[in-house]
Design a protein around this ligand. Sequence first.
Ligand code: SF4
Ligand code: SF4
Length: 238
Amino acid sequence: MKDTGKADLRGKLESLAQDMGATYFGIADLAPARQSISEQGGEFLTQFPRAVSHGFVLADGTVNTLVHHKSIAALSNYWYYVYQIVNPRIDSISLTLAQSLGEAGFQAFVVPSSQTVDKTKLTGVFSHKLAAHLAGLGWIGKSALLITPKYGPRVRWATVLTDAPLETGTPMDEMCRDCDACVKACPAHAFTGQAFDKPRSRSEIFAAEACDGYLSKRETLRRACGMCVYICPFGRNK
Ligand code: SF4
Ligand code: SF4
């Protein structure tokens, strides 16, 4: 039997996520993005009207080493930290949330923290950044990353899609304004400088193939860069 206590279920999910280390938690109404969700991952995803978004804040001491973008030691350490240490943790949070939604009688679809389905666009089945934005946790910056007011892009996001009728957040306005630090810092010139202040496709602000081409030349550096994460004043200057 379904648990109809929306506030109770939302509070339970938030507590579970926070107890496991999430700093950010929110619920997104996916209705406004139905078409782009279908185009990216498939029509089957539109059966889920809500997304549970959670974010884990990265350690400054590790992110700040990205400024040493020619150091194999710095980039390897960053790669292991993000993909081998943080990602399993946030996937584990998603699994726990999905289990709780299931126990309450709802469907849950876990979106893996890091997964590439389209190798040209460098996209997964569903955009974690879209869910976090619609949940009211930040805005999509000129770097095409999710920017939070306090930690900037220094957050790893994960998502659980669900049919639970949870109360949703309000999307945050774009706050990049005159800043273009990421546009100037990107060694691949992958950003057009367009703000995401009105509905735009990702390709209008970010040339994924330029980033991928640059990273391909850095096999010995773990295909890592991350200057767009390091340079953003939101998070770096807190
Ligand atoms: S990872 Fe590096 S090359 Fe790719 S978009 Fe960010 S700054 Fe540009
Ligand atoms: S570096 Fe500046 S322009 Fe780029 S995402 Fe951050 S605030 Fe926006």
